[in-house]
Design a protein around this ligand. Structure first.
Ligand SMILES: *Cc1c(COP(=O)(O)O)cnc(C)c1O
Length: 397
């Protein structure tokens, strides 16, 4: 068979199982009104939790940043590192309560690069089964002995720490702070306690925690700070700049030594073109807004509470997810596609999440809330959801 024939067969199989994915082309960023094929849709699927992707102040800062040059023109270690990158890294360290931070071109690269730099064949990596794909791929690629535990199962983590201790080598535990498809939090304080007891290092992916939760002192730092954990308990945190910051890129924050080490050994940092200066400038402006407008995070909290209260009244199948990511379990991939198509006909865009992103039989709608949604928009979504789920007999309880 030719290459194309082989690939066509695999694609056809994906279609038959209702797992074929399509790229939607939008005319602008969904914030929260999006235009798709000339139609206006109300979006409940973006990770722009604070609405910073469309803030005029950020757009202006990014336009001005482009005057430094449209591209970094080389990797950070050659001549692609500008003052604006330095300023961004300094700010990221400051808001996360860490000694230093290092920018990467994406969260995917930051996770891959950090795991591969820190671990080798003699070491152990312990992961939650629901970790983001980038942590899973990093765990594979780094070559360390890979141990997994059932989602948020502390007993399971404990057992794997014992196994790792028996093998020798360094052990790193990697978890998401907020799980991207379930919206639930890792039991961070308990995980950190176990890591301390076993002398294991801890890395937390704060993709969905950075910018929207934290402590009184570090309100933007993420889910670890929210339970009082700092640099000595969580040696490495990864935050993306494509979610609450509404931009692109990512960072790792930790001790000065960790960051010095990553500059030397993180291959996805070393062997790629530096972050465009304009992106760094936009991110600096976005973080300034996060700090000067704490009401944005408060409004998001309020919207989450409102959504959950109203959804419970309408007996929608809510989970315990406390944050901006609100999954509605559906089950089979076919139904989730039918339901999301029906929602789109009614003018709503929500995420339809299927395997392999989530385990088979756990397809779901993934609704994300933003500080920019109005109560009226949330009500409209809930009415449409109730009607569509009823029509499709998709309410499972
Ligand atoms: C989105 C996401 C990433 C990847 O970040 P990008 O900057 O989009 O590459 C990593 N981890 C989690 C948990 C995410 O949700």
């Amino acid at each position: 068979m030719t290459l194309d024939q082989t690939l066509r067969q695999r694609l056809d199989a994906r279609c038959r199982h209702n797992l074929y994915r399509e790229v939607k082309t939008l005319d602008s960023v969904p914030g929260p009104l999006a235009r798709v094929n000339g139609r206006e849709l109300l979006a409940f699927c973006s990770n722009d939790y604070l609405g910073l992707a469309t803030r005029p102040e950020v757009i202006r800062a990014q336009q001005t940043g482009a005057e430094l040059g449209t591209g970094a023109t080389a990797s950070h270690l050659v001549n692609g590192h500008l003052q604006i990158h330095q300023q961004l890294q300094h700010k990221l360290a400051e808001v996360t309560g860490r000694e230093a931070a290092l920018v990467f071109s994406s969260g995917y690269m930051a996770n891959l690069g950090t795991l591969c730099a820190l671990l080798g064949r003699a070491d152990n990596i312990i992961s939650d089964k629901f970790n983001h794909a980038s942590l899973i791929d990093g765990a594979r690629l780094c070559g360390a002995y890979s141990l997994r535990f059932p989602h948020n199962d502390l007993e399971g983590l404990h057992r794997q720490l014992q196994r790792a201790a028996g093998r020798g080598g360094n052990t790193l535990v990697a978890v998401d702070g907020v799980y991207s498809m379930d919206g639930d939090l890792a039991p961070m304080a308990e995980i950190a306690g176990l890591c301390r007891a076993y002398g294991a290092w801890l890395m937390v992916d704060e993709a969905h925690g950075f910018g929207v939760m934290g402590s009184e002192q570090w309100p933007l730092a993420g889910s670890c700070a929210a339970v009082g954990l700092g640099q000595s308990e969580v040696q490495a945190i990864m935050g993306t700049l494509g979610k609450a910051a509404g931009n692109a890129g990512a960072f790792v924050a930790g001790s000065r030594t960790l960051i010095d080490y990553l500059v030397q050994f993180a291959r996805p940092y070393i062997y790629t073109t530096g972050m465009p200066p304009a992106v760094a400038a936009g991110c600096v402006a976005a973080i300034d807004l996060m700090r000067s407008e704490p009401q944005l995070a408060r409004r998001l909290e309020e919207n989450i509470a409102y959504f959950r209260r109203r959804a419970a009244q309408q007996q929608l199948p809510l989970t315990d997810a406390p944050g901006a990511i609100q999954p509605l379990p559906i089950g089979c991939a076919e139904t989730v596609m039918t339901v999301s198509a029906a929602l789109e006909r009614r003018g709503f865009m929500v995420g339809a999440i299927r395997p392999p992103t989530v385990p088979a039989g756990t397809a779901r709608l993934r609704i994300t809330l933003s500080a920019c949604h109005s109560h009226c928009q949330i009500d409209a979504l809930l009415d449409a959801l109730s009607a569509v789920l009823r029509e499709n007999h998709a309410v499972c309880r």
